[in-house]
Design a protein around this ligand. Sequence first.
Ligand code: 8YV
Length: 313
Amino acid sequence: MTKPAVLQVGTYPEWDQVPLDAAYTMHRWFEAADKAAFLAAVGPEVRGIATRGDLGASAEMIAACPKLEVISVYGVGYDAVDIAACKARGIRVTNTPDVLTEDVADLALGMALMLSRGMGAAADWVASGDWAAKGGFALQRKFSGKRAGVLGLGRIGAAVARRLEGFGMDVAYSSTAPKAVAWEFVADPVALAARSDFLFVTLAATAATRHIVNRDVIAALGKTGMLVNVSRAANIDEEALLAALESGSIGGAALDVFEGEPKLNPRFLALKNVVLQPHHASGTFETRQAMGKLMRDNLAAHFAGRPLLTAVA
Ligand code: 8YV
């Protein structure tokens, strides 16, 4: 029996690549020198696309595959997949929620602590010999017991809020509607920022949330306020954030995602009041193995005619 043809948009670890190659004819788009020509050659036979949260599947890629039935995303964010193009053709789309929730929330808290306590610069203080030469490290900002705002109370936002409770934080959240939780609901992101010392951005990236963290939200967070983003760069007006960080009108930012990543705006690299991470919130062995299995299980379910495990379209 002919193995289904699957377009592979980006790299996967070996533990996923081996079973994918065994089950499907994998066409590695990311390796093609001339990607348009590659799509024209293999697109007509492609029945599935295996992609990642950071890579997605464009309308052009989808259009080049007239037999496309399913797109399986390795990641919870599917904003880089042209969902409208999929819905117009009845193409199924799956992602990998839940298996990565705890890791992403863990990194959000770790970044917030690292930013608040200056742990990056403190590590440099030790490594450079400054501690011995210049004495104690400068005082930083307390984390526990402060006010935290969670922008987006989905799986990841709720996991962040639960962790913040453990740090004795006064937690409030903003979401499309109030939820049956004990935390305070604040509809307006500006008002949420104004009552927060730390603002965690954990909402899915959509056209409606683009630049939801705008100049007004950043100004409301204020000179000692700190921003933490583990969602998507598109949720933040990066120009407004950079201006605030450079002028000191915000206390700092801890970011795991960037416009144009991995080539982030070089202005970030000149800043001291930031924690910069390489989009690795789900990047642990345990979680990436679970993500890969779920991505593959969705493909296998589709081609076996079984219900999809985690469909989003
Ligand atoms: C991706 C992410 O999986 O889950 C997401 O949406 O952003 C990441 O965890 C990443 O693209 C993995 O390569």
